[in-house]
Design a protein around this ligand. Structure first.
Ligand code: APR
Length: 167
């Protein structure tokens, strides 16, 4: 499985699945959640309403509607609370449970945003290595390429360092 870093907007990614850094209501929000809902259109929210929310670290899948991606995998990452409330494990769970759902749909390509490092304030230099390691260690059968779509320069640099350190 190949890991590729991209600078840009995840809503433009032509991949089998994009991952949404959601909140537990799954009813949309700001940041990447807001961007994905705006790009997908109202039917995404309709489908999300029927899902009945999602626990932190777990993941649920919907269609992509007007997005170029076929699927959207919604996962609420942990809010940073200082690091002693299981945040690292919950972040790892968000990545792993998203990959599991992508495999169930036999996705070959999947794109992640930097989960929890925006509004949820998970420190970037801790989150990036967790994200890279969890993806690297995942026993993929169908997924060939995992993209990390970094919205800004500092995020791209953090993921570049984490990726290089993991090699
Ligand atoms: N494409 C890719 N990445 C994006 C995009 C986009 N269009 N928009 C924002 N991002 C980046 C942010 O810059 C940050 O690096 O996604 C990363 C995650 O930030 P947030 O979207 O704030 O997500 P998170 O920190 O997980 O907080 C989730 O924010 O938007 C609400 O409803 C959401 O309550 C939930 C919370």
């Amino acid at each position: 499985m190949e890991i590729t870093l991209v600078r840009g907007d995840i809503t433009q990614m032509k991949v089998d699945a994009i991952v949404n850094a959601a909140n537990c209501t799954l009813l949309g929000g700001g940041g990447v959640d807001g961007a994905i809902h705006r790009a997908a259109g109202r039917r995404l929210l309709e489908e999300c309403k029927a899902l009945g929310g999602c626990k932190t670290g777990e993941a649920k899948i919907t269609q992509g509607y007007r997005l170029p991606a076929t699927w959207v995998i919604h996962t609420p990452g942990p809010r940073w609370g200082g690091g002693s409330h299981g945040e690292p494990q919950l972040l790892e769970n968000s990545y792993r449970n998203s990959l599991i759902l992508a495999e169930e749909k036999k996705c070959r390509t999947i794109a992640f945003p930097s989960i929890s490092t925006g509004v949820y304030h998970f420190p970037l230099d801790l989150a990036a290595p967790i994200a890279i390691r969890t993806v690297r260690d995942f026993p993929a059968r169908f997924i060939e390429t995992v993209f990390f779509v970094c919205f800004d320069k500092k995020t791209f640099q953090a993921y570049s360092s984490a990726l290089n350190a993991s090699r």
